[in-house]
Design a protein around this ligand. Sequence first.
Ligand SMILES: Nc1ncnc2c1ncn2[C@@H]1O[C@H](COP(=O)(O)OP(=O)(O)OP(=O)(O)O)[C@@H](O)[C@H]1O
Ligand SMILES: [Mg+2]
Length: 470
Amino acid sequence: MSENFNVESVYKMAISSFFETFEKVAEGGLATDAAGKIVWINQKYLEFLGIEEAADVLDKDIKKIIPNSLIPEVLSTGKPILFDAMEYSKGWCVVSRFPIKDQNGQVVGAFGFVLYDSLDELGPIIGKIQSLRNELLFVRGELSKSRRTKYSFHQFAGISAAASKVRREGRMAASKSATVLLHGETGTGKELIAQSIHAASGSLMNFVAVNMASVPESLMEAEFFGAAPGAYTGADRKGRVGKIELANGGTLFLDEVGDMPLSLQAKLLRVLQERELEPLGSNKVIPVDLRIIAATSKDLQAMVKRGDFRSDLYYRLNVFPIEIPPLRQRLEDIPVLSQFLLDEIAHRHGLDILGIDEGAIDYLSKYTWPGNVRELGNILERASLWAKDQKIELVDVVNCMPKEGGQVPSTLAEPGIKLKGKTMAEAVAAVEKTMILDALAQASGKKVAAARLLGVPTSTFYNKLLEYRI
Ligand SMILES: Nc1ncnc2c1ncn2[C@@H]1O[C@H](COP(=O)(O)OP(=O)(O)OP(=O)(O)O)[C@@H](O)[C@H]1O
Ligand SMILES: [Mg+2]
């Protein structure tokens, strides 16, 4: 080491040669003051930006000239961003940004350099970033394929004012990022609407559903929040990514939210309030930004009153409530719904187009539908397999009505059998046929039981079925 080595001067030289070298190899450089106003820009950067005069950008806010610049971040944190890869219209570049500090360590400005991928040294790094990015895109694509929603609002069939209202409210909810609370009996289409809201909001991210009723309470916490490797007995060695993290950026569908245990409600509320997630047994904190859609068939307000559901979580979920009325309150939807469901059934089973006659529709319109649209779908599916031809008739649906649950309507009910103008034989036949159908309906299609209900021998009953082509 030379005797007249002067630390101070070497330091100064190092700084200036560092700056000069950077400016020489970089394809662009600029500096701002503490407020983010551009105070210096070199010719190469101006050319890259397609700006003729430095005067056009000097003293302007950097965000106005380069909207995605991270210099404001460097100014506020005082920390450099040594290496950042950015894709721009013509390729990749590497950007370095440094704070400028005064003697007291105060940030008085920042400077940044852009290195393009034409530089040989950057080739391998850019290549690596590119292949990692492609891998990420592929994995994301695969993930979202399995989590992509399969519904949209036009699949919520129905002509009633109530059905239109549900579609309208769903569309409105989709255009906002608000939390949605869906309420409706089983089978009314809560999941269909939840998926439609996600799809219509244009989100390319995941739709992740968790059904509170089907996850055992002991596993729920890990299922929701994820767990670090070995966080609890029996935990995966590799750890587990929680549903909240999987849904991050997209939608978390809390199905049967009324079944969520109180302890978990408190934890979920904390995540929603703090917008942060800490997986079990880990010390990392993940920022959370997602839309919640909750669904329930229970009366949450009554649960709140009883102390079975946290009121603070209820108010947080009940931002945009959507009520889906039961099918028995919108029976005018049955004809359209039946045709819609039959088209879907025909498609699924590879059958020709199926139709349904008016008598069958009238009959279905008298039922109480405890299982709502799902039950209608099931009955029509069974009836379509029974049907002798492409048109489903009264007898086909009568044979497929459920054994228990709803009040199975009587075919003897209104409008009644018209006897006027019939011969005696025709009138007897009409009465017999109606009674047989009714007995079959009451006996859920079981012939022996129906014969017993009518008090006739089974053989007679079978003969009548043949005679009346039932
Ligand atoms: N308006 C509708 N138009 C067409 N299909 C419907 C309609 N409503 C419901 N469905 C169909 O009925 C079935 C049940 O719907 P979904 O699973 O969304 O109900 P749910 O309210 O979530 O029921 P649960 O509370 O039992 O989970 C689905 O196959 C769905 O496609
Ligand atoms: Mg459901």
